[in-house]
Ligand binder design. Structure first.
Ligand code: DOR
Ligand code: ZN
Length: 347
């Protein structure tokens, strides 16, 4: 028997589209299933001003194939030089949906990020005043902190004090990877929601490291042990409106991943909806899929839900997403969900 599920068209609340040839290669993969996405600003150089965001948005729209619909929700990359007036103007004009905080050195292209939160306090206070959300990469960068503990250390050392000092600041704790993060969002004193990626729901660190090292599963924050994965699955499938999808689909060319010092990032845009339908079905929560992918995010950001729908169909034959995607600069590997997927998205 074929089963079908029709849900409102999803949005992606955390996406890397890059620029140039890579942008042209990956944008259609997101636009095929998603109506909108929060676009990460960690280009080289980063998207720091309203003028940068306007130019980047124009490049994204120029790269969108004829006939496809997609709305990029732009963000600014917070630096210690960010001007609160520029941020407020970009928000007032409707250009940006959020500001992104990268602790300096936490991840790919985060060198221009924030070293000392005191230096960006005027921007954060202004954002709280005008209701502009802050998206946070929640990891400390202290080299002495074990990489598997960096999220938890950030929650206790940075995020809790911030939510106490500026309780009105709307915060999205992005790509939560631990039960500590889930609990933090549930118990937060401030105004905090969280996104969860597809890959952190589908894999744990054994998939990355047991029986051979799999560089395509290397991402930041790094995947954690299975007990954390279970907490993420429980939160995502619960319907709790504070949790929603941010794929963090972050393409890197294969030669940059398979290297002496490989880049962090998982490219999951094409098969995310098939992965999630399968996972939610496995946890008897298919009725919560729409909340996670299509309802909770817009509610959190004060945006209307999408009027269009997508239909997923469960078939006996597995989906055959290509393992590799081609760009003029090299190939890109699709996230391997470790199991065959049977939920096909009907185009
Ligand atoms: O795995 C990741 N890749 N995590 C990030 O925080 C950044 C991203 C990227 O830009 O490649
Ligand atoms: Zn990211």
């Amino acid at each position: 028997m074929t089963e079908r599920l029709t849900i409102r068209r999803p949005d992606d609340w955390h996406l890397h589209l890059r620029d140039g040839a890579m942008l042209r290669a990956v944008l259609p993969e997101t636009a095929r299933h998603f109506a909108r996405a929060i676009i990460m600003p960690n280009l080289v150089p980063p998207v720091v001003t309203g003028a940068d965001a306007t130019a980047y948005r124009d490049r994204i729209m120029a790269a969108l194939p004829e006939g496809m619909q997609f709305t990029p929700l732009m963000t600014l990359y917070l630096t210690e030089q960010t001007d609160p007036d520029d941020v407020a103007a970009a928000h007032a004009s409707g250009l940006i949906t959020a500001v992104k905080l990268y602790p300096a050195g936490a991840t790919t292209n985060s060198q221009s990020g924030v070293r000392n939160l005191d230096h960006v306090r005027p921007v954060l206070e202004r954002m709280a005043e005008i209701g502009l959300p802050l998206c946070i990469h929640g990891e400390v960068t202290d080299p002495a902190t074990d990489i598997f503990d960096r999220e938890e250390a950030f929650l206790n050392g940075v995020l809790r004090p911030l939510t106490q000092e500026i309780p009105d600041l709307k915060i999205t704790l992005e790509h939560i990877t631990t039960h500590h993060g889930i609990r933090f969002v549930r118990e937060a004193e401030g105004d905090v929601a969280g996104t969860i990626t597809t890959h952190h729901l589908m894999i744990n660190r054994n998939h990355m490291l047991a029986g051979g090292i799999r560089p395509h599963y290397y991402c930041l924050p790094i995947v954690k042990r299975a007990s954390h994965q279970r907490a993420l699955i429980a939160a995502a499938t619960s319907g709790d409106p504070r949790f929603f999808l941010g794929t963090d689909s972050a393409p890197h060319l294969d030669h940059a991943k398979i290297s002496e010092c490989g880049c962090a990032g998982v490219f999951s845009a094409p098969n995310t909806m098939s992965c999630l339908a399968q996972l939610f079905e496995e946890y008897e929560a298919l009725d919560k899929l729409e909340a996670f992918t299509s309802l909770n995010g817009p509610a959190r950001y004060g945006l209307p839900v999408n009027e269009e729908t997508i239909t997923l169909e469960k078939r006996d034959t597995p989906c055959n997403y290509p393992a590799k995607y081609h760009t003029p600069d090299g190939t890109l590997t699709l996230f391997d969900p470790t199991v065959p997927l049977y939920w096909h998205v009907l185009d």
